[in-house]
Write a protein that binds this ligand. Structure first.
Ligand code: ADP
Ligand code: MG
Length: 243
């Protein structure tokens, strides 16, 4: 199967502590994967290795079939293909919503400001925040901030979107608006890896769900099967705690 992003036998330690232990994962274009697992199991480290924010110790990462190495490639180029959305939004506080969204397209991709602005306004429309373009992040709710962060990532026209617990910092009543935007993006064919505790979302939206435990992918499967019929005792125990 021709994977867009493929990792093989990925290992990563911090000091003496192995955090990722032989991870294999292949992501097809347009596929949506949810990653679940306890705190400390290595989910964030996996995402950060995938987009080269963290350097792996060993293993291979292929993008469109090509093996990517920090020694031989300019990894910034690949990082740009992967939009990342974090738990705590990471918006630029001194810039307006519009300013946040056009910053990288203008300064990194060298897009004309007018073009980047027109595109940003379309993205804001898409996440339901067109009227907030000139406001500053501190005036927004957490759900609105996260929708801006998603629009900002999309403005770089990524081929993959990585989400690291995008709704974990939100008040419960704000979770739905962010998940709705993510579902919309998934339905448009975006390739996505989402670390989340939102099991309903994973079951409904993700093609596959992966359960990480202690640096390994302990169990994975098509989401409907995964949730209906988990096989590993540890997966069952985790799901019974969280569902
Ligand atoms: P998760 O996202 O599943 O909660 P992480 O990938 O953040 O897990 O962390 C996995 C393990 O790696 C944890 O034990 C964490 O303390 C450790 N870890 C993560 N990042 C670093 C780092 N930069 N330096 C040292 N240890 C780290
Ligand atoms: Mg994490």
């Amino acid at each position: 199967m021709d994977a867009l992003l493929e990792i093989h036998d990925l290992n990563k330690s911090f000091g003496d502590a192995p955090v990722l232990k032989g991870i294999d994962l292949a992501l097809k274009k347009g596929e949506v994967i949810c990653v679940i697992g306890s705190s400390g199991s290595g989910k964030s480290t996996l995402l950060r290795c995938l987009n080269f924010l963290e350097e792996k110790d060993s293993g291979t990462i292929r993008y469109n079939g090509e093996v990517i190495e920090t020694t031989t490639h300019n990894v910034n180029q690949f990082r740009q293909k992967m939009g990342m959305v974090f738990q705590h939004f990471h918006l630029f506080p001194h810039m307006t919503v519009l300013g946040n969204i056009i910053e990288a397209p203008v300064h990194v991709l060298k897009r004309r400001k007018e073009d980047a602005t027109a595109e940003a306004l379309k993205l804001l429309e898409r996440v339901g925040l067109r009227e907030k373009a000139d406001d500053y992040p501190f005036t927004l709710s957490g759900g609105q901030k996260q929708r801006v962060a998603i629009a900002r990532a999309l403005a770089m026209q990524p081929e993959v979107m990585l989400f690291d617990e995008p709704t974990s910092a939100l008040d419960p009543e704000l979770v739905g608006e962010v998940l709705a935007v993510m579902k919309d993006i998934a339905s448009q064919g975006m390739t996505m890896v989402i670390v989340t505790h939102e099991m309903g979302f994973a079951r409904e939206v993700a093609d596959r769900t992966l359960y990480m435990h202690d640096g390994v992918i302990l169990e994975e499967g098509p989401s409907k099967d995964f949730f209906a019929n988990p096989k590993e005792p540890r997966t069952k125990a985790f799901l019974s705690k969280i569902l």
